[in-house]
Design a protein around this ligand. Sequence first.
Ligand code: UDP
Ligand code: MN
Length: 251
Amino acid sequence: ELKTIYLVTPTYHRLTQQADLVRMSNTLKLVESIHWIVIEDSNKKTDLVKNILEDSSIKHTQLYVSTSNDLVRLNSDPRWKKHRGVDQRNLGLKWLRENITGQINDGVVYFADDDNTYHENLFKEMRNTKKISMWPVALVGGLNWEGPVCKNGRVVSFYTAWEPNRMFPVDMAAFAINLHVILENNDVYINPEVKRGYLETDFLERLGITKDEIEAKAEDCQKILVWHTQTSEPNMKNEIKLQSLGRGSNP
Ligand code: UDP
Ligand code: MN
């Protein structure tokens, strides 16, 4: 029997939200036995997200929590200044711990942001994660790719250009964790207070993971199956102009 993959996806209101989520749902429709936990950065559930989830026919749970004030990025702050999606991922972890109980024997947890690009085969790679599995992520960290360098199924080093002394210098999209590890470390959440770039390594270290336990996936980490694509903000110059004349139009 296929183990369930629990995908934890933060999402927030913006011009491209619907497009990003539809694109992601189209990929996830190709994958068996998934449970998509979508957490809106909002103070209520929205119909936009609800409709995408219902139309997709993917097993899902829709949650919401708006990012606590001290984590909100000011418009003047650069995109990287604050960690993004942390409160939402943590609510996803809390939901798993409260709702997935004894009778469900096994599963895998993956933090899947709504704007990345996923190859359907990525999910085959992570499905049988015993403790933690890893693979490279493309277009991240100012590099073509970043992540583990592997040999014979084990991680020998990490390829990164930035803070190489981190124990696990990888993006959130580079690993999946067995559900038992999440459930057995009930009190371990992602800590938004850590330095920029330390979110992942800090979380994995506190889960008690060691480098030699990492299961190398994606052809010994030589294959790219996930891209850290970022959708650019569309230019709304004319829309704003028309709206100011009372002639704007919403689809
Ligand atoms: N996100 C969120 N609230 C925000 C900004 C981002 O919930 O204020 C979500 C976003 O939808 C994504 C994740 O958090 O799933 C990471 O954000 P983003 O993709 O913008 O970060 P980046 O790729 O630039 O690191
Ligand atoms: Mn992103």
